[in-house]
Design a protein around this ligand. Structure first.
Ligand SMILES: NC(=O)C1=CN([C@@H]2O[C@H](COP(=O)(O)OP(=O)(O)OC[C@H]3O[C@@H](n4cnc5c(N)ncnc54)[C@H](OP(=O)(O)O)[C@@H]3O)[C@@H](O)[C@H]2O)C=CC1
Ligand SMILES: CC(=O)N[C@@H](CCC(=O)OP(=O)(O)O)C(=O)O
Length: 346
């Protein structure tokens, strides 16, 4: 059995890792790390875990934890993993970091967009960007996996085949994205109060959102050139879900079949990416609670643009599910072990 420790287990992403690992046949949870609930029963914080998780929360000391487990998930705020990681830890355990600390290769870009100093830039080069469908072989060899963001996973996977196959002009990409409020975490914030979110929708982080450089970097690798794009997130009154609608100009007139062939080339064998049938638009409800990303596209002949759509559950494929998928790859398990989650509806 793989012994796992989860730091930030009391947050929404960490709690989702706990839920998924409880159903994983090859993993036992050894450590539920917290900052505010040390020595308290986990099931007292998440009562859905009553009689399921019996553990008591421990601290978030990675040095101690590395002696007891094989894999550590850090589901903690930006900056935490970078401030505690060291060679000793990485020589003993695999680390899967759900924050953005090791996602962006240029430390100056990370520091500019996140507004914090990076405390261990020496590990940025080594860290593998954990988008399984694209970086599978590198992930298998990784000691440190940078688990991608929720908006970014949806945006990149939706656009990747078009960029990689050179079907669109990447400088024309505009991404409009919506997220449920669990994307903002469990911490109390005025912006996320019921009265602020319910029956309301708002854009935020306009032209400044921290996921912009992450998407630009990853799609830039696919395009083989630097990309600058627009990314605008919105908060919508739902618990879970990301919906992306993206627009880009086609380089030349192409048929539905040509574009569909590009999507099939990359995703036909991918269990967790479902390319929907013609004219079917992805919906967040169709992926809720599951590790699927649903994608589709529509060619607008009138404008010469292609409209791309994607949907995923921010806590599953956008966070914990992808983290477990990464763990499976790192430990040589079947990639979908513990992730056969049928979407919930309604
Ligand atoms: N929510 C989402 O949809 C997604 C989140 N992520 C990423 O996952 C990480 C966690 O996000 P999320 O679960 O939403 O956040 P939450 O605010 O819900 O949880 C944060 C967790 O980190 C712990 N924590 C808070 N501050 C510190 C600190 N200074 N040092 C150590 N631990 C701390 C908290 O501990 P305690 O409760 O004990 O105080 C809690 O367990 C973030 O990096 C986020 O960007 C990635 C993809 C999607
Ligand atoms: C609704 C909301 O606030 N969403 C968060 C993104 C989710 C997240 O936690 O970011 P990562 O995916 O990069 O880890 C935000 O906009 O900052």
């Amino acid at each position: 059995m793989i012994k796992a420790g989860i730091i930030g287990a009391t947050g929404y992403a960490g709690a989702e890792i706990v839920r998924l690992l409880m159903g994983h046949p090859e993993v036992e949870i050894k450590w539920l790390g917290s900052r505010s609930y040390i020595d308290q029963r986990y099931a007292d914080i998440y009562r859905n875990m009553f009689q399921i998780v019996e553990d008591i929360c421990k601290d978030d000391n990675l040095d101690k934890l590395a002696e007891e487990v094989d894999v550590i998930f850090t589901a903690t705020p930006q900056g935490f993993c970078a401030s505690v990681i060291n060679e000793e830890i990485l020589s003993k355990v695999k680390v899967i970091d759900l924050s953005a600390d090791f996602r962006i290769k240029d430390v100056a870009i990370y520091e500019k967009w996140y507004g914090i100093e990076h405390k261990s830039p020496e590990y940025i080069k080594e860290a593998v960007y954990g988008l399984c469908e694209i970086n599978r072989e590198d992930i298998k060899k990784a000691r440190l996996v940078a688990n991608p963001g929720c908006y970014t996973t949806c945006s990149i996977l939706s656009l990747y085949p078009l960029v990689k196959e050179g079907l669109i002009d990447p400088s024309t990409i505009i991404i409009d994205a919506k997220s449920g409020t669990s994307g903002a975490g469990r911490g109390a914030k005025v912006d996320n109060l019921f009265c602020e979110v319910n029956e309301n929708m708002k854009a935020y982080g306009v032209a400044t959102h921290r996921h912009t450089p992450e998407i630009e970097e990853q799609l830039g690798y696919a395009a083989g050139q630097e990309i600058v794009l627009n990314f605008t997130p919105h908060l919508v009154p739902m618990n879970r879900g990301i919906l992306v609608t993206a627009y880009a100009s086609l380089k030349e007139k192409v048929s539905y079949e040509t574009v569909k062939a590009a999507y099939d080339k990359y995703y036909e064998k991918e269990k967790f990416v479902r390319v929907l049938e013609k004219d079917v638009c992805p919906q967040t409800k169709w992926v809720e609670g599951s590790n699927y990303v649903d994608v589709n596209f529509k060619i607008d002949e009138r404008t010469g643009r292609v409209i791309v759509m994607g949907a995923l559950d921010n806590l599953v494929k956008g966070a914990a599910g992808q983290a477990v998928q990464n763990m499976n790859l790192v430990f040589g398990l079947d990639e979908s072990t513990g992730l056969d989650l049928v979407p919930m509806f309604p």
